[in-house]
Design a binder for this molecule. Structure first.
Ligand SMILES: NC(=O)C1=CN([C@@H]2O[C@H](COP(=O)(O)OP(=O)(O)OC[C@H]3O[C@@H](n4cnc5c(N)ncnc54)[C@H](OP(=O)(O)O)[C@@H]3O)[C@@H](O)[C@H]2O)[C@H](O)CC1
Ligand SMILES: [K+]
Length: 457
């Protein structure tokens, strides 16, 4: 896992308190950008540096000075209002032959470096900058964002428009805003630039995490003297759309649950899944998948490890599961907004839920004591106020049934005795990896392909 910060302010403060100057930090930031440019761009090419008047602009100006001589470097300022660092960097840059231009000329540009706004973005962009971004974003030059693609704020929301980067270099520490759903189409590849201090050593405030491929812990079997009862009995409650629940049940089976049963009406049930009238013997249950308005009796299962999904978010019964530290709630944003209202935690629109997703997810996990898995392009897992993000999924997963499979994978882990948090983290990774391994094109993957892929992780 990699550590994520809300902002690098604390990091910067600590560096400064150790005796680093802002100019030293900026020198390191600029060198990180220059190194990437040298890897990606032939020398002699023209680079346009878009500069704001704050420290993000200062990083860009320092970088232009480093590359000047090997590349043709032009600075374009979106403001005449420069802070002391930016002015100092500009004075040096002009002396070594960096050009300052009054209009951004995109002709023959090989690369655009975005140093307009970083962590200091505090409001929506104005019309002039939005127009500039329209022109830049459709240009085929290499695009590199310093710290944040301009227009993306620290909460991961786009403030009117956003620079569409091929690469984003996060300065000092990885920031959580770079991993929101909307950021996924804006940041390009994100990497960390060391400003002279390891992020791990100096981050002391609230930490969140970015999951990595190597964090996937499969439910591998180690003992030989075992039987089906050793791996748990998973149950899925079926509803008005039983096909969805059957897909979840199949995913749980393939993810290693020893036995899998469904409760509810199902025609043409596959022989590998058992049909039951009640939840007797359940080690873990999934409920809500394809539920609709179907009747459910949760009295026998509300204390079990469980996945609470889909339509259940809107139903009164979900309140009876609280508090249950072995519960994994798996809403998408619309269901999350409904669930917050249903549980009396917040009365907000879907848009507001999306906008404040990090803090709402954190608070939800504290209040319910359970695990939240908020679905999206980059799903968020929240437990006890800590967030775990996964940016490994892709648009292949945007197909009906994909969420049912995810619920089934979590169920499979829960049935085998994994904690709710471990089940959620591993399920998100297994789901993303199965999609990643799929050999077809990006629009043809079905939930059944996704389930099949679980066999070969
Ligand atoms: N602090 C350090 O030592 C280091 C910082 N690094 C880099 O610096 C930025 C953060 O720099 P900061 O100066 O705090 O902020 P920005 O450069 O991102 O932007 C501030 C200026 O932008 C104006 N602003 C904000 N929003 C808008 C908007 N929508 N439209 C127009 N102008 C806007 C703001 O104006 P105010 O009126 O709000 O004051 C400022 O003028 C960080 O991201 C790093 O890139 C280093 O890397 C090294 C260490
Ligand atoms: K930027």
């Amino acid at each position: 896992m990699k550590t994520l910060c809300k902002s690098s302010t604390k990091f910067d403060e600590q560096a400064l308190s150790l005796g680093f100057s802002e100019l030293i930090l900026q020198e390191n930031a600029a060198r990180g950008v220059a190194e990437l440019v040298r890897q990606k761009l032939k020398s002699g090419e023209k680079i346009l540096f878009l500069c704001g008047g704050g420290n993000n602009g200062s990083d860009a100006i320092a970088c232009a000075r480093m590359l000047s001589g090997d590349y043709e470097c032009e600075l374009y300022f979106i403001t005449g209002n420069l802070n002391a660092n930016a002015q100092a960097q500009l004075n040096i840059a002009l002396k070594v032959g960096v050009n300052r231009v009054s209009q951004p000329d995109l002709e023959n540009i090989g690369c655009v470096i975005d140093g307009m706004f970083g962590s200091g973005l505090s409001r929506d962009l104005d019309a002039e900058i939005i127009l500039l971004l329209d022109r830049i974003n459709t240009h085929n030059a290499l695009k590199i964002a310093i710290d944040f693609p301009s227009g993306l704020d620290g909460n991961g929301n786009i403030r009117g428009a956003c620079f569409k980067a091929d690469f984003t270099l996060s300065m000092g520490a990885l920031k959580i805003g770079l991993f929101s759903d909307v950021a996924k189409d804006m940041t390009g590849e994100v990497s960390l630039v060391n400003l002279g201090l390891s992020d791990n050593r100096f981050i002391t405030h609230q930490e969140d995490f970015l999951l990595e491929r190597t964090d996937l812990n499969l439910p591998s079997r180690t003992l030989q003297n075992v039987h089906k009862g050793s791996f748990g009995h998973a149950f899925v409650a079926l509803g008005q759309m039983p096909g969805a629940g059957i897909m979840a049940a199949t995913a749980a089976l393939i993810m290693g649950a020893g036995k899998v049963s469904v409760v509810g009406k199902a025609e043409n049930l596959t022989p590998q899944i058992m049909q039951k009238n009640n939840f007797d013997g359940a080690d873990a249950v999934a409920i809500g998948i394809g539920l609709g308005n179907a009747d459910i009796d949760i009295s026998a299962i509300k204390h079990l490890p469980c996945v609470l999904d889909a339509d259940l978010c809107y139903r009164a019964e979900i309140r009876e599961f609280l508090p249950n530290p072995s519960a994994v709630f798996t809403p998408h944003p619309k269901e999350f907004s409904g669930l917050l209202r249903n549980l009396g935690l917040a009365d907000i629109s879907i848009e507001e839920a999306i906008k404040n997703r990090f803090e709402l997810a954190r608070e939800f996990s504290r209040q319910t004591k359970g695990v939240l898995l908020l679905k999206g392009a980059n799903p968020i897992i929240a437990y006890n106020g800590t967030l775990y993000l996964c940016n490994l999924g892709s648009n292949k997963l945007s197909v009906g049934g994909s969420g049912d499979v995810l619920a089934g994978i979590i169920l499979g882990y829960l049935a085998q005795g994994f904690s709710a948090l471990e089940a959620a983290k591993n399920a998100v990774l297994a789901h993303a990896k199965s999609a990643e391994n799929y050999q077809g094109n990006d629009y043809s993957m079905t939930p059944l392909d996704l389930i099949d892929g679980l066999k070969y992780l």
